[in-house]
Design a protein around this ligand. Structure first.
Ligand SMILES: Cc1cc2nc3c(=O)[nH]c(=O)nc-3n(C[C@H](O)[C@H](O)[C@H](O)COP(=O)(O)OP(=O)(O)OC[C@H]3O[C@@H](n4cnc5c(N)ncnc54)[C@H](O)[C@@H]3O)c2cc1C
Length: 404
């Protein structure tokens, strides 16, 4: 009987295991995760779970007993410490050596650390794991002064929860605008306005130079000398893909584990999926590293097919979402490189879609509280349409009339 070992019991690892069984893979499947939990969803960590709107048991992708039911051996609290590609074995943290025929890397990533003294104090938090949020929730409380370093989606979602829970929130971003790495300027200024209106003190173009205090950080010091008092500090400055294991085993990596359209790594018996990969994307026609659940799930399906000897290229259109206050943002495509943008609806009324075009081709849509525009936008982006800009902007004309 053949054995597939999956390293990393997150979204991608879970979905590889599940897809293998859906594809009638009859071999042994061992799913190994170093966190003490069964696979869980990370998106609610900075949203409904942090705010207390959902309990912890709602985070789990499926009940723990679903794994043995599908003959998937789930080992949690167990780290893979080495891969021996020649011997086709992995070494586990408890010293056990496990043989594999096929290996899947689904190791995700870890929060980028802020390289300052004081960053290891107990009131400095990162937002990546359930343990991180359990610790953070213990310190959250009305009136506390929360300083968030980083104006990306995770920082903004944490700010929204902080405001909802009556904390005094300051958000510091080194770039001149929020969401600078991931969104167009229109969306950046829209979210800046929304957060300011809710009471977040936003400091843009502000690098942090020191974290000062005693047993805890008490002051966040900015480049211009500003001193921000803090009871809690959250650092949300990006993700580093977990590639150490792959690199040590001689698997090609460059800002992620390099995989082709079929999630194949430089080793023919090893696939990789999810946040840890830098992958060839058939839709974009280039390499990209994405951090999203849809990407992890879709790549996992491709990886399972590859393990089963089927050739299904990965060509999914990237999409994401973010919830802040009562603003439900859905994004399809990647807007980087756009040369034109059309707004449909009203930013003032918190109901709009921004359509990004490059050379007349629709490359991305950001939709706020517009699920229908998002659904149609997804099809338009996937079809690489050249939509009539007047129709995009004109709410009296149904968007779906633009579909082929
Ligand atoms: C707070 C937060 C909010 C988010 N919100 C959204 C959102 O709204 N929408 C969206 O689309 N995406 C969102 N994301 C991103 C999304 O959660 C990730 O893209 C997704 O979880 C990636 O899944 P993954 O399986 O690749 O990686 P992970 O979920 O990181 O899982 C990898 C697992 O592998 C484990 N591991 C690593 N190395 C080893 C080893 N050597 N041995 C054993 N185990 C190992 C890790 O500890 C981890 O448990 C959010 C992420 C966070 C943190």
């Amino acid at each position: 009987m053949s054995t597939t070992v999956i390293i990393g019991a997150g979204q991608a690892g879970n979905d590889i295991a599940t897809s293998l069984r859906s594809l009638k893979y009859e071999g042994r499947i061992v799913l190994i995760g170093d966190e003490p939990f069964a696979p869980y969803r990370r998106p609610p960590l900075s949203k409904a779970y942090l705010s207390g709107d959902i309990p912890e048991d709602k985070l789990y992708i499926k009940p723990r007993d679903a794994y043995p039911k599908h003959d998937i051996e789930l080992r949690t609290g167990c780290q893979v410490t080495a891969i021996d590609r020649e011997a086709h074995t992995v070494t586990l943290s408890d010293g056990e050596s496990l043989g594999y025929d096929k290996l899947a890397l689904a190791t995700g990533g870890h929060a980028r650390r802020i390289p300052l003294d004081g960053a290891d104090k107990p009131n400095v938090h990162y937002i990546r794991t359930l343990d991180d949020i359990r610790r953070l929730k213990e310190q959250f409380g009305a009136g506390k002064r929360l300083v968030i370093i980083g104006g990306g989606y995770i920082g903004l979602e944490a700010a929204a929860v902080g405001i909802k829970q009556s904390l005094d929130v300051t958000l510091v971003e080194a770039m001149p605008r929020l969401l600078a790495r991931v969104a167009g300027p229109e969306l950046s200024s829209y979210y800046e306005k929304a957060h300011r209106a809710h009471g977040v003190d936003i400091r843009l173009g502000a690098g942090v130079t020191a974290l000062e205090g005693g047993d805890t950080v008490e002051t966040v010091v900015l480049q211009d000398g500003t001193r921000l008092p803090a009871d809690i500090v959250i650092v949300g400055i990006g993700l580093i893909p977990n590639t150490e294991l792959a690199e040590a085993a001689g698997i090609a990596c460059d800002n992620g584990v390099l995989v082709d359209l079929y999630t194949q790594t430089s080793d023919p018996d090893i696939v990789a999926a999810g946040d840890c990969t830098n992958h060839d994307n058939g839709f974009l026609g280039r390499r990209v590293r994405l951090e999203s659940v849809p990407n992890a799930s879709e790549q996992a399906r491709v990886a399972a097919a590859t393990i089963c000897g089927q050739r299904t290229p990965y060509a999914a259109v990237p999409w994401f979402w973010s919830d802040q206050y009562d603003l439900k943002l859905q994004i399809v495509g990647l807007s980087q490189g756009f040369d034109d943008v059309v707004i449909r609806g009203s930013m003032d009324e918190n109901s709009f879609a921004a359509f990004y075009l490059r050379d007349g081709v629709l490359i991305a849509v950001d939709a706020v509280n517009r699920p229908r525009d998002f659904m149609v936008g997804k099809k338009l982006v996937a079809a690489k349409m050249r939509p009539d800009k007047a129709v995009l902007a004109d709410e009296s004309v149904e968007l779906k009339t633009l579909l082929p």
